[in-house]
Design a binder for this molecule. Structure first.
Ligand code: ADP
Length: 491
């Protein structure tokens, strides 16, 4: 089975969030199962600077307002084949894959990612002189979501799967860009790319992909509701009713292992939990937290509204009053950071904020913590709660998305619902009670550390899905003939 991953991030080279990890780990897990999975991504500066030889395999013409490009081929040291899309005027830029160094969207992001999607469709048609043609495109998030649409518009029979890592990012652009993007006039409607008068890349992917997945079963249900459906819940509900929406939980890389963690001075496992105490004492010293016998509550997070930092701020005083301490590592919205800095001033010695992105420190905070705070408003999958459990830090998390799917309440962590300070505080109180009951606390930590979060299970689910989707026959319009279209038409 030849499958092409289409992605804007890939952890080997370019990472902005969790998508990069999935795009790097899942193809490798699928290759271990014998699938021929390869990856296509924009040739961002980091890709070219990786120092791997690049061989040019094709030159693609422009289309509408989309520039021509070259398709390269490179091989990672472990043998994964990567196709960078070489269009220097689009991709040779500083900043993240999406943003200028000042943090603004690049004004031509539509053309930049349409170029990626179009290149993927061309590959699925077959590149002259290149001996590999994918049978299925696995597209990730809005930057790749036009690929299933180009397949349909150009009559290319390859199948497509779209994975939504976060429905909050929809890739919306003004309607007047339609011609530049090569979107047929007839496709600018509810049965196509149009979303409230704009061009919606993610909407297009939801409409044209043969199958849609999200990164946890609970999130797959949640995006069919008005609350978390981002205005697309009519479409997602139609997909769900037609059996075309699936949630598959992400795996966690085996590198997250306290027994083999180069960032820790002392490794440990479930039989050497006393080591955690020493790591915590060292962290307290380095963060200017007072020596303490109380529990340490860790948090590593992007500091954004989604992550519920406001609940942490509301409950911080109660945690400190009960003898707890809080160590937060994160970076994000200036207003959220400013709010946390005010808290630090109020609770010196009991609460610390390390501002910035710091991978070694993320490992040390996990290892030092007794509990981990994750009161996310929504969480498509979440990796941090899996990392926390593997490091014996019990997560205290809102029962949403992947948090609800990976934490067993009262056994490997604490879940609360509804979202709000009362329920959160109740969960924190349960954590304090557990901390005082040493046997229960140790049993929970052992259970959490014993959970399996590897990629083997998810990779098997994706393989089964690919086989089902690859078996779908297109109808006479070149679209997949399934109840999904009937469901969408009925909206
Ligand atoms: P999201 O993808 O929404 O940011 P996840 O929980 O899925 O949330 O993944 C976040 C990942 O980024 C985790 O591996 C976490 O440890 C890491 N991370 C987040 N913030 C920081 C930071 N400031 N420093 C180091 N690692 C961070």
């Amino acid at each position: 089975m030849a499958v092409l991953f289409v992605t804007s991030e890939f952890a080997d080279f370019a990472k902005a969030g969790g998508l990069a990890d999935v795009a790097a780990s899942l193809p490798r897990a699928l290759r271990r199962r014998g699938l021929d999975v390869r990856v296509m991504l924009p040739a961002l500066p980091e890709v070219l600077e990786a120092g791997l030889p690049i061989q040019i395999v094709a030159a693609l013409p422009g289309h509408a307002g989309i520039e021509p490009c070259l398709i390269g081929q490179m091989r990672t040291p472990d043998g994964l084949i990567v196709y960078p899309v070489l269009a220097p005027s689009l991709y040779q830029r500083p900043g993240t894959p999406y943003l200028t160094p000042e943090g603004h969207d690049w004004p031509d992001n539509d053309l930049r990612f349409a170029r990626l999607a179009l290149a993927a469709a061309a590959m699925a048609r077959g590149l002259p002189g290149h001996d590999w043609t994918p049978r299925l495109l696995h597209c990730h998030d809005w930057p790749a979501a036009l690929a299933p649409a180009y397949l349909r518009w150009q009559g290319i029979p390859a199948r497509s799967v779209l994975t939504i890592h976060n429905l909050a990012h929809q890739g919306l652009f003004p309607a007047h860009r339609r011609a530049a993007l090569g979107i047929p006039e007839a496709a600018f409607g509810i049965e196509g790319v149009e979303f409230h008068g704009q061009i919606g890349f993610l909407k297009a992917g939801l409409f044209y992909a043969d199958h849609v997945t999200t990164v946890s079963p609970t999130y797959a249900r949640e995006i069919t509701t008005p609350e978390l459906g981002g205005g697309l819940w009519g479409l997602t509900r139609g997909l769900a009713e037609a059996g075309r929406l699936t949630g598959i939980i992400n795996g966690l890389d085996e590198g997250w292992d306290p027994a083999h963690d180069g960032y820790l001075l002392e490794p440990y496992d479930a039989n050497r939990l006393a080591v955690k105490r020493r790591i915590a004492d060292r962290l307290r010293t380095s963060l200017c937290l007072r020596p303490s016998n109380g529990p340490l509550f860790g948090m590593t997070s992007r500091l954004v509204h989604q992550k519920g930092i406001d609940l942490v701020a509301e409950c911080a005083e109660a945690i400190v009053n009960r003898g707890g301490q809080i160590a937060i590592l994160g970076t994000g919205e200036p207003a959220v950071e400013a709010m946390l800095l005010r808290l630090v001033r109020r609770h010196r010695g009991a609460l610390s904020l390390m501002s910035g992105y710091n991978e070694p420190m993320a490992h040390r905070v996990l290892a030092a913590s007794d509990f981990y705070l994750m009161p996310s408003r929504f969480e498509p999958c979440g990796l941090t709660q899996m990392q926390a459990q593997r490091y014996g830090a019990l997560p205290i998390a809102h029962a949403t998305g992947g948090l609800a799917d990976t934490i067993v309440d009262g056994e490997t962590g604490f879940l609360f619902s509804p979202f709000g300070p009362l329920a959160f505080m109740h969960a924190i109180d349960r954590a304090f009670t557990t901390y005082r009951d040493k046997d229960k606390f140790e049993a929970m930590r052992r259970a959490a550390m014993g959970l399996q979060f590897d990629w083997a299970g998810p990779a098997e689910e994706y393989e089964n899905l690919y086989r089902t989707v690859a078996g779908i026959e297109p109808d006479r319009h070149g679209r997949s003939s399934t109840p999904m279209l009937r469901a969408v038409n009925a909206l």
